[in-house]
Design a protein around this ligand. Structure first.
Ligand code: F6R
Length: 608
């Protein structure tokens, strides 16, 4: 989603702003722009498409201002054209915005009646004109923003600069994240700490409703009611993040390969390896024995991690679990029980629907627990309990290492629940923990199949449709495989429970249709083999991901087998995620798509 950067600097800032915007590229965008103040005048450069187009414009006509704002736009209102790119301006006000102004139509009509002339189709331009309307009535810039903010409905992070005010920047946040950075005689605004990492480690996150008035020396923060507010300055540690691809061609490849390491870090956070016990770093504010049902809400890949965890909670702790995509949970007014547990899973911790679902559960008196990768995120801050995943920054839009770290965290929690409820004995716990401890090594082994998978991908890339099948915990992984393939290769793919095949999707099978079957040798393996026979009988081509025993037992025609290491049946999705991700990745590479920033997708989805 849109990225925001603002710099009150001591030297020309346009280049720094673009560098910082590059660090926000991972969020997804389709146009970009910068505005700086030069001798009190606001000047903008904007371009459709990638940042290199903006850089080319800046090279032709540079901006020399020491104060500036920049933006990467992920189109919501209006096409990704230069005219719709931010910053938007009205006379002496320029603004960048992340979010959606829901009442922009009413505001636009009102402002047009007052004589405002709009140059774009965006909701954001309304904000510039609204603030300008107060300035025209005599308000100083800060007061104009103060008067405008309560008129805005929706979600926003905003950064303003004003003509003739080269020691002023105003920021505001409601719904969408915004961080203030403190430098040496310089101040910064950014959508996240990664954007500000080249400049400073000292970061403060605005709370919902906050707005900030900044000059070169510091800032004053106000809450929604306009009262001065104190917000803690934290060390972000983001400057330590190496936001580069190392020797990989894409961030996604790097992130797939990082999994043994980061899943290992996450494991070490939740497991005492010496005693083979789960050891949660925080005491839970509820007793699993008082919980009658768990509700899990999340979006996309994170919701599929929740779907895998459903099997674990139900099996290890005999606790019923409902999994919802957050956009449904938040509106369907689900009857929930006070004191029950609601789990929210999110890489970014900023996903608008997941956040809204969290607020709903909180208002209903549920205990809330967040599994998040960004510990300073809104979802983390608003949840009663936080279990961080230690994946590190995930830059590729398609989630890979965040998914497996979510799985590791949820597996540990499910075993803890089983133990607390007396379903698992000490010996059961030790056995399961032993299984978890082996995961990083098994993932490394799974990665050795890359070459084989790369070859297979050349074949998959010729297909128009692909089916993914699985049973048990391999079913949500089949859904994840299909999601991963379609989002980065643009090949249509569907995931099904293998048993559902003959209830409809079998009609699609012919000799052009690859069917990826995820089937470790387990108690339902034979059933899945029967489903594979049904596919083979109709000429379908099967790619079977299984283990040595599975490969030996499955005698089906026209089959390619990828043999995964032998492992504890409980946690196979953690290891089988690797070939699933690699297949999607290499297919996308063959297709020549923009793997790290696939079309139309955003990394941090801060709008509904
Ligand atoms: C798919 C993918 C998305 C995200 C979803 C939730 O590869 O990355 O489906 O999983 O947008 O995002 P977070 O986890 O940030 O809440």
């Amino acid at each position: 989603m849109c990225g925001i950067v603002g710099i009150l600097g001591r030297a020309p800032v346009a280049e720094q702003i673009v560098d910082s915007l590059k660090r926000l590229e991972y969020r997804g965008y389709d146009s970009a722009g910068v505005a700086t103040l030069e001798n009190g005048e606001l000047t903008r450069r904007r371009a459709e498409g990638k940042l290199k187009n903006l850089e080319a414009k800046l090279a032709k006509s540079p901006l020399a201002g020491h104060v500036g704002i920049g933006h990467t736009r992920w189109a919501t209102h209006g096409k990704p054209t230069e005219a719709n790119a931010h910053p938007h301006a009205a006379d002496g006000v320029a603004v960048v915005h992340n979010g959606i102004i829901e009442n922009f139509r009413e505001l636009r009509i009102e402002l047009e009646k007052q004589g405002a002339v709009f140059a774009s189709e965006t909701d954001t331009e309304t904000v510039a004109h609204l603030v300008n309307s107060f300035i025209k009535k005599g308000a100083k810039p800060v007061d104009a923003v103060k008067q405008a903010l309560p008129r805005l409905k929706g979600a926003f992070a905003l950064a303003f600069v004003f003509k003739d005010h080269d020691d002023l920047m105003v920021g505001a946040r409601k719904g969408s994240p915004l961080a203030v950075g403190f430098g040496d005689g310089e101040m910064y605004l950014g959508s996240d700490a990664i954007a500000l990492a080249p400049f400073t480690d000292d970061i403060c996150y605005l709370e919902d409703g906050d707005w900030v008035v900044m000059n070169h020396k510091g800032c004053e923060i106000f809450d929604e009611a306009g009262k001065p507010a104190k917000r803690e300055v934290l060390k972000s540690g983001a400057s330590a993040f190496m936001v580069d691809k190392a020797n990989y061609r894409h961030f996604m490849a790097k992130e797939i390969h990082e999994q043994p390491e980061v899943v290992g870090h996450t494991l070490a956070r939740y497991v005492d390896m010496a005693s083979e016990r789960i050891s949660l770093p925080t005491e839970l504010p509820f007793d699993f024995n008082d919980v009658q049902r768990i509700s899990i809400a999340a979006c996309g890949t994170a919701s599929l991690a929740g779907f895998v965890a459903k099997y674990w909670f139900e099996r290890f702790a005999r606790l019923p679990v409902e999994v919802d995509v957050a956009s449904e949970f938040r509106y369907r007014e689900a009857p929930v029980r006070k004191g029950d547990l609601a789990i929210f899973i999110s890489q970014s911790g900023e996903t608008a629907d997941t956040l809204a679902a969290l607020r709903y559960a909180k208002a209903e008196g549920m205990h809330t627990l967040a599994v998040v990768n960004v510990p300073t995120s809104t979802i983390a801050r608003e949840s009663e309990t936080v279990m961080p995943t230690l994946a590190g920054p995930e830059i590729g839009v398609a989630s890979t290492k965040a998914f497996t770290c979510q799985l590791m965290t949820l597996a540990a929690l499910a075993v803890a629940a089983g133990k607390a409820r007396g379903v698992l004995s000490d010996a059961d716990e030790a056995k399961l923990v032993h299984g978890l401890v082996e995961i990083p090594r098994l993932m490394t082994e799974a990665l050795t199949h890359e070459h084989e998978i790369e070859k297979l991908a050349r074949d998959i890339a010729k297909s128009k449709d692909v089916l993914y099948l699985g049973r048990g915990t391999s079913y949500p992984l089949a859904l994840e495989g299909a999601l991963k393939l379609k989002e980065i290769s643009y090949i249509h793919a569907e995931g099904y429970a293998a048993g559902e095949l003959k209830h409809g999707p079998i009609a699609l099978i012919d000799e052009t249709m690859p069917v990826v079957v995820i089937a470790p040798y387990d108690k339902v393996f034979d059933k899945t083999v029967s489903n594979m026979q049904e596919v083979a009988a109709r000429g379908g081509r099967i790619i079977l991901m299984t283990d040595a025993k599975g490969a030996e037992e499955a005698t089906v025609d026209s089959m390619v087998t990828i043999v995964m290491p032998d492992m504890s049946a409980a946690f196979t999705p953690l290891v089988y995620a690797v070939p699933v991700q690699l297949l999607a990745y290499h297919t996308a590479v063959v297709m020549g798509t923009d793997v790290d920033q696939p079309r139309n997708l955003a990394k941090s989805v801060t709008v509904e």
